[in-house]
Design a protein around this ligand. Structure first.
Ligand code: AHG
Ligand code: MN
Ligand code: MN
Length: 334
């Protein structure tokens, strides 16, 4: 499609290729864009509109909520509640699902991380919104939490909006990955890159190295070999990055390759958890995007998109990015 095409036009064109999709799907993506534009405007204004800092509350997972976590969640609900495109919404910031009223019940289920990387908001570093779209089981029944517990392979679409130097929407409907940049002058996302492809090999990795002493053997080995550089078994020097916003990390990998890891480790296990990142609204949508761009995404033991979820806020280890690197880390787990 032509560079500069509006996201709305792109979605309408794309919808024709999705089996069973109607105007509802276009409407849903449009609602998400509206929400993301509102969040982008607030992120942009920051301290001028008093959205920085803590909300003095905790989410269901016992993590501190920032003001902008709470506000972004409200913006998502508001954008989706009235238009009849979804049957229910689930979010990092809400314990249970948020069902729509019977007369406003649409054909899709939406899962989202309204504000990813929220520890970065107060220091003016990139944050984002991540979303995953599933089909609702049927049009008549009120959805339950169990309806959301589908493996990532069943996602109809996934995407994220990155609030960085530019605001960008990155989207897949299962037919490649496209990137759109927000033109603030007239308030539209315009296509700036199509058929995104992650290089198979890389010289760049991203991991929070402060957790090194807790890592399991396969991760220790992979990182040690990268750090050994030209003299080590890899025979080349590696570079390291850690933004602490998964959205920014995945965006870098889609742009120039690399591997991103948030493994489970001894410290996480001691807290009774199975990982740091959440399967349904962080790992699954990012895994779909990365696979659609030719990369790979695994827990180390299993393809992320094939994990059968037990609960809405389930956590998983995440290793994703350039295919050959992900395969190498996986092989170290065997
Ligand atoms: P969120 O702000 O939605 O809770 O997600 C933050 C996530 C992810 O984006 C990032 O990769 C990771 O947490 C950072 O974790 P550390 O602070 O442990 O590095
Ligand atoms: Mn997140
Ligand atoms: Mn979040």
């Amino acid at each position: 499609m032509r560079i500069g095409t509006t996201l709305t036009h792109y979605i309408i064109r794309n919808q024709r290729e999705i089996e069973g999709a109607s105007g509802t799907f276009t409407g849903l993506l449009n609602d998400i864009c509206v929400a993301c534009k509102k969040i982008a405007a607030l992120v942009d204004k920051g301290a001028l509109v008093n959205v920085l800092g803590s909300a003095e509350s905790e989410n269901v997972q016992g993590e501190e909520q920032k003001k902008l976590d709470v506000i972004s969640n409200e913006i998502m609900i508001e954008a989706l509640e009235h238009n009849g495109h979804i049957a229910a919404l689930a979010s990092e910031e809400m314990e249970g699902i948020h069902p729509m009223s019977a007369e406003r019940r649409g054909r899709y289920l939406l899962l989202c991380d309204p504000l990813d990387g929220s520890s970065n908001i107060d220091v003016n570093v990139s944050v984002g919104t991540i979303f995953s779209i599933l089909r609702a089981p049927d049009d008549t029944k009120a959805p339950t939490e169990a309806d959301f517990l589908r493996p990532g392979v069943e996602q109809v679409a996934a995407g994220y909006c990155l609030y960085g130097p530019s605001t960008m929407m990155v989207l897949t409907t299962g037919n490649g990955v496209s990137m759109f940049t927000l033109d603030r002058d007239f308030g539209e996302f315009l296509l700036t890159r199509e058929n995104v492809s992650i290089p198979d090999e890389t010289r760049e990795f991203a991991i929070n190295a402060s957790n090194r002493r807790f890592w399991d053997e396969p991760i220790q080995r992979y990182i040690e070999e990268c750090l050994a550089g030209e003299e080590g078994p890899r025979g080349k020097n590696f570079n390291m990055r850690w933004v602490a916003s998964m959205v920014a990390e995945v965006h870098r990998i889609l742009t120039r390759g690399g591997v991103f890891m948030y493994p489970c480790d001894k410290r996480i296990r001691a807290q009774g958890k199975t990982g740091k990142l959440r399967l349904m609204y962080e790992a699954n949508p990012m895994a779909m995007i990365v696979e659609q761009a030719g990369g790979a995404a695994t827990t180390g033991m299993q393809r992320i998109l094939e994990v059968d979820p037990d609960e809405l806020h389930q956590r998983v280890p995440v290793i994703l990015g350039s295919r050959k690197e992900v395969e190498r880390v996986t092989a170290y787990h065997d």
